[in-house]
Design a protein around this ligand. Structure first.
Ligand code: ZN
Length: 256
């Protein structure tokens, strides 16, 4: 699978996916239509499907215009997002097989940032929207800490460690500053922060990450780290359940 990263709006990423030799692409989260249409033109391909990770406007803002330009294409999103994702035609549940333009993905329901959030896992990659970021996670707008804990540490963590993680925003540098604040002794965080700083100096995207890197650097996937538990212990009292730790880390990030 060839993945083309398409910057949208201020710090969003859409992804254009192509099966080798295919002339019809799939796009994940077109936050706006123009940059996606331009990238499709540069690749010399048309559009065959839209995959939406969740209903927020900065992820689906380009749907209507792209469907107008490429009539009849399917638009995938979670069943519970009916009425919230523009031009949605496919209403999928956890575990659904999404086979589009020679590419095959499994939909993973990952509530937390929103209740209808889904990831698309397949072809050695996972598209996580605003649920799992490189070194971070999305704000809990609709879901609970327990839902986010399960989405990150059970559902997504079960994918192979080599899985390439493509997330919805370029937040990696600031996420790593928070990770280093919580776990100053984490060498994986220090090394990644150095690499990310170099990438950003050259205006390069910091995606994809891998699931192995997330397990090593992402505080929301490290709720069993003694340093992280200690860092948020003031907000926890005697509570040590992993979901409560994730909730305390998320609250600390909201204030960071
Ligand atoms: Zn969002």
């Amino acid at each position: 699978m060839q993945v083309t990263i398409v910057p949208c709006l201020s710090d969003n990423y859409a992804y254009i996916l192509l099966s080798p030799g295919s002339k019809r692409a799939v796009v994940v989260d077109p936050g706006e239509a123009e940059p996606v249409a331009r990238a499709l033109g540069e690749l010399g391909v048309t559009l065959g499907a839209i995959l939406a990770t969740h209903h927020h406007g900065d992820h689906v803002g380009g749907n209507a215009q792209l469907v107008e330009q490429f009539p009849g294409i399917p638009v995938f999103g979670h069943a519970s997002d009916r009425g919230r994702i523009p031009a949605q035609t496919e209403f999928i549940e956890h575990g659904a097989q999404v086979v589009v333009e020679g590419l095959s993905f499994r939909a993973l329901h990952i509530p937390g940032h929103t209740l209808g959030a889904v990831a698309y896992a397949g072809e050695g990659a996972v598209f996580t929207g605003d649920t799992l970021f490189a070194a971070g996670c999305g704000r809990l707008f609709e879901g609970t800490p327990a839902q986010m804990y399960t989405s990150l540490n059970v559902t997504l963590a079960a994918l192979p460690d080599s899985t390439l993680v493509y997330c919805g925003h370029e937040y990696t540098a600031s996420n790593l500053r928070f990770a280093a604040h919580l776990e100053p002794g984490n060498q994986a965080v220090t090394a990644k922060a150095r690499r990310v700083a170099e990438q950003r100096e050259q205006a390069l995207p910091t995606v994809p990450s891998t699931l192995a890197e997330e397990k090593a650097t992402n505080p929301f996937m490290r709720c069993d780290s003694p340093a992280i538990i200690e860092a948020v212990s003031g907000a926890l009292g005697a509570e040590r359940a992993p979901a409560a730790i994730l909730g305390a880390v998320r609250a600390a990030k909201d204030r960071f």
